[in-house]
Design a protein around this ligand. Structure first.
Ligand SMILES: *Cc1c(COP(=O)(O)O)cnc(C)c1O
Length: 395
C-alpha cells in the first residue's frame, strides 16, 4: 500500500525488514564491506555498483533506508545521504559545474556554502554572481552564456527571506539552467521545492530532519540522472554517510512530521508574542502580517513557517547579549532545528567575519537575535523570554 500522509511516510517509508531476523526497526549494518557472490561480480563488471551492496562508501542498506524515506518526504525520483550538509552541497555543485562555468546564487547564504562558492569554486575556475534573491530582474540579468545553475535557499538565514520558487523555476527553464534549492529551514513538511519543478533539493539533515542535535548529516533529493552523477562524486570525494549516523537520522525522521507541527506552532506563537513586546523593535517571521513578503509566504507555505524567528531587540547587540544570558530554558548555541530551543546572534556567530557596514548593508541590524524554537511548551518558552527581556538593563 502506498504511504500518503506525512506522518505515515515519516514512520514507514524506506523501512528495512530483514527476513532472517524480522526486527521491527531497520538494523544498523555497521559493516564496511559485503560478501561477494556472482550477482555482485556481475554488477561490478556492468559498472552498476550503486545498485548492489559491495562497499559502504558506495552504498549501505541502513543508508538506503534513510534515502528512501527522504525520497518519499520530498517526493523526488531518488535521494542520496552524506556525512554532512556541506558534503551534500559540495558534491551536488561539483557534479554539475566544471571549469569555465558560472552559477548564480545570493549573498545571504549559509556561511559554509558562501565560502565554498566565493573561495573554493573560483580556484577551480568556476565563477559566480551573488544577487539579491528577492530581485527577479537582477537574477535574470545576471545570466551569462556560461551560466549553468541557480543555487538558493528556500528560506534564508537569518533574515528569513522567502524565495519565489515558481518564478525562479520559470527563469531557469527559459535559460536551460539547473536549480538547486537548500530546503533546510523550511523542510518538506512546509514546502516541497521539487513540486515546483526544481531539479535538486539539498538539506543539512543536522537540523530539522534529524531534529535531535546529535549528528551532522546531509541529503540531496531530486532527478535521478543528476543523483547518479552526484553519487559518482560522493564515491570519489568520500563524503558518504556512516551507517550509525544513518540509523540515528532514520530514527529522528520517524517523528519528523509530529515535531514540525510543534515547531511551526511554537514559531508562530512566539513571533506573535514578540511582536507585541515593547522592548522588541521588529520581528521577522513569514507567518506574521507584517512580514514583507507576506503574500508569497501565504501562497507557498500552506502548513506553517517552521520554528525560526528573527527579531531586533531595542538597545542593540549589548542588549541582545544580556537577553540571551538571562534565558533559563532557551540556550545559546549555533545550529537550529532541534527539539531544544536555541538562540544566537548573527553578529558574533554566523556573520562575525563581516564588517559592521557589510552586515548593515545585508539588513543585519544591531540587536538582531535568531531564535530556533524547539518543541517545548510554548507557554514555558514565552515565560522564559518574558523574564529575560524584563531583566535587560539597557534599551
Ligand atoms: C547547517 C546548514 C548547512 C550546512 O550543513 P552541515 O550539516 O552543518 O554541514 C547548509 N545549509 C544550511 C541552510 C544550514 O543551516
Amino acid at each position: 500500500m502506498e504511504y500518503k500522509g506525512m506522518s505515515t511516510i515519516s514512520v514507514h517509508s524506506g523501512e528495512y525488514i530483514d527476513e532472517a531476523v524480522r526486527a521491527v526497526v531497520t538494523p544498523i549494518f555497521q559493516s564496511s564491506t559485503f560478501l561477494l557472490s556472482d550477482k555482485e561480480y556481475e554488477r561490478i563488471l556492468e559498472g552498476k555498483t550503486r545498485q548492489a551492496n559491495i562497499y559502504t562508501r558506495e552504498g549501505n542498506p541502513t543508508r538506503r533506508a534513510v534515502e528512501e524515506k527522504m525520497k518519499a518526504l520530498e517526493r523526488g525520483e531518488d535521494a542520496l545521504s552524506f556525512s554532512s550538509g556541506m558534503a551534500a552541497i559540495a558534491a551536488s555543485l561539483l557534479s554539475i559545474l566544471k571549469k569555465g562555468d558560472h552559477l548564480i546564487s545570493t549573498f545571504d547564504l549559509y556561511g559554509g556554502s558562501s565560502v565554498l562558492i566565493n573561495r573554493d569554486l573560483p580556484s577551480l575556475g568556476i565563477e559566480s554572481t551573488l544577487v539579491n534573491s528577492t530581485d527577479l530582474e537582477e537574477i535574470e540579468s545576471s545570466i551569462r552564456p556560461n551560466t549553468k545553475l541557480f543555487f538558493f535557499e528556500s528560506l534564508s538565514n537569518p533574515l528569513l527571506k522567502i524565495l519565489d520558487l515558481p518564478k525562479i523555476v520559470e527563469i531557469a527553464r527559459e535559460h536551460n539552467l539547473i536549480t538547486i534549492i537548500d530546503n533546510t529551514f523550511l523542510t518538506p513538511y512546509n514546502l516541497r521545492p521539487l513540486e515546483y519543478g526544481v531539479d535538486l533539493v539539498v538539506h543539512s539533515a543536522t537540523k530539522y530532519l534529524n531534529g535531535h542535535s546529535d549528528i551532522i548529516a546531509g541529503v540531496v533529493v531530486g532527478k535521478k540522472f543528476l543523483i547518479d552523477r552526484i553519487w559518482e562524486k560522493m564515491v570519489r570525494f568520500g563524503g558518504s554517510m556512516d551507517p550509525h549516523q544513518a540509523f540515528l537520522l532514520e530514527r529522528g525522521l520517524k517523528t519528523f512530521s509530529l515535531r514540525m507541527q510543534r515547531h511551526n506552532e511554537n514559531g508562530r506563537r512566539i513571533a506573535e508574542y514578540l511582536e507585541r513586546h515593547p522592548r522588541i523593535k521588529r520581528v521577522i517571521y513569514p507567518g506574521l502580517d507584517s512580514y514583507p513578503q507576506r503574500k508569497l509566504a501565504k501562497h507557498l507555505l500552506k502548513k506553517g513557517c517552521s520554528g525560526m524567528v528573527s527579531f531586533e531587540i531595542k538597545g542593540g547587540d549589548e542588549a541582545g547579549l544580556e537577553f540571551m544570558k538571562n534565558l533559563k530554558i532557551i540556550r545559546q548555541a549555533t545550529s537550529l532545528g532541534g527539539v531544544e530551543s536555541l538562540v544566537s546572534m548573527p553578529f558574533n556567530t554566523s556573520h562575525a567575519d563581516l564588517s559592521e557596514e557589510e552586515r548593515r548593508r545585508m539588513g543585519i541590524n544591531k540587536g538582531l537575535v535568531r531564535l530556533s524554537c524547539g518543541i517545548e511548551d510554548a507557554e514555558d518558552l514565552i515565560e522564559d523570554i518574558d523574564q529575560a527581556l524584563s531583566r535587560v538593563s539597557r534599551w
